[in-house]
Design a protein. Structure first.
Length: 265
């Protein structure tokens, strides 16, 4: 049964693809790809499936987090349609009969002031603390540590203001880290400085304008690792970019990893 969050994502994607809503070329392509990918998963023998409940769980989690700034501060987040489409893309598509994400890298291009941090912070918290990965390492990354703290501080304030995160999830916040003692998992801010990237075992890296960083290759190398250090839950690399696409409109780029590369999309 299609949930309301997923239904909204499908309706929004269809409105963009059919040009019933104004959209940039790349935003329309992202919507078209989502609809095609979703349709393909219904065909027998396809190695991927779309799990409504997984996408819905991630969006339900995000909608329970409080807004931190502006007139809605303190109230639960109400995801915009483009944000629902991002969550549906990332968390809905999985390898059939498993919960292994199809897409391991995502890049969102959205105008400034349209909720990039609002969607990134809950996404990072859910990936780091909600996937059952022991010792998960989540990172808020940017060109400078001060810039990375913008996202980190938003996530920290969300945790501090959410009684359920502390009571049900056992997640707490310190000055420079968000942690979960039961799983020994943590989420911290880092810069793109190459020295800071040595030895990272990334579960989730949420980046802000990381393409501007002179050492961005180091972060990507920290993300692409295998062997004994690889986590049971494949990592997610999520990058946000400011672009002039139109009000409350986003273009989404996705990249599969591992066996997902066989899909050819």
């Amino acid at each position: 049964m299609t949930t309301s969050f997923v239904r909204d994502s499908l309706l929004y994607a269809d409105a963009l693809a059919s040009e019933r809503l104004p959209a940039s070329f790349h935003a329309r392509l992202a919507a078209e790809r989502f609809l095609v990918d979703h349709e393909v998963t219904t065909k027998p023998g396809n190695e991927w499936e779309f799990r409504d409940e997984l996408a819905n769980r991630a969006m339900l989690f995000a909608s329970m987090m409080p807004n931190i700034k502006g007139p809605e501060a303190g109230r639960p987040i109400e995801l915009m349609d483009w944000q629902k489409l991002v969550f549906a893309n990332i968390f809905g598509f999985v390898e059939r009969r498993t919960t292994t994400l199809r897409f391991r890298q995502g890049a969102v291009f959205v105008p400034k002031g349209n909720g990039k941090t609002t969607v990134s912070a809950p996404l990072a918290l859910h990936m780091t603390f909600g996937e059952g990965e022991g010792g998960a390492e989540g990172y808020a990354a940017a060109v400078t540590r001060d810039q990375a703290r913008i996202l980190f501080d938003t996530a920290k304030h969300m945790v501090s203001r959410s009684a359920e995160m502390k009571r049900e999830w056992g997640v707490g916040a310190l000055t420079n880290s968000i942690f979960q003692e039961e799983t020994a998992s943590n989420f911290v801010p880092i810069s793109s400085d190459a020295k800071a990237l040595d030895g990272l075992n990334v579960q989730c890296a949420v980046c802000d304008e990381i393409w501007l960083a002179p050492h961005q290759r180091g972060l990507r190398c920290a993300y692409h690792r295998d062997g004994e250090t690889a986590p049971a839950v494949p990592p997610l690399y999520f990058d946000g970019h400011r672009q002039h696409l139109g009000h409350r409109q986003a273009a989404l780029g996705l990249r599969a990893a591992g066996s997902a590369a066989k899909s050819g999309r």
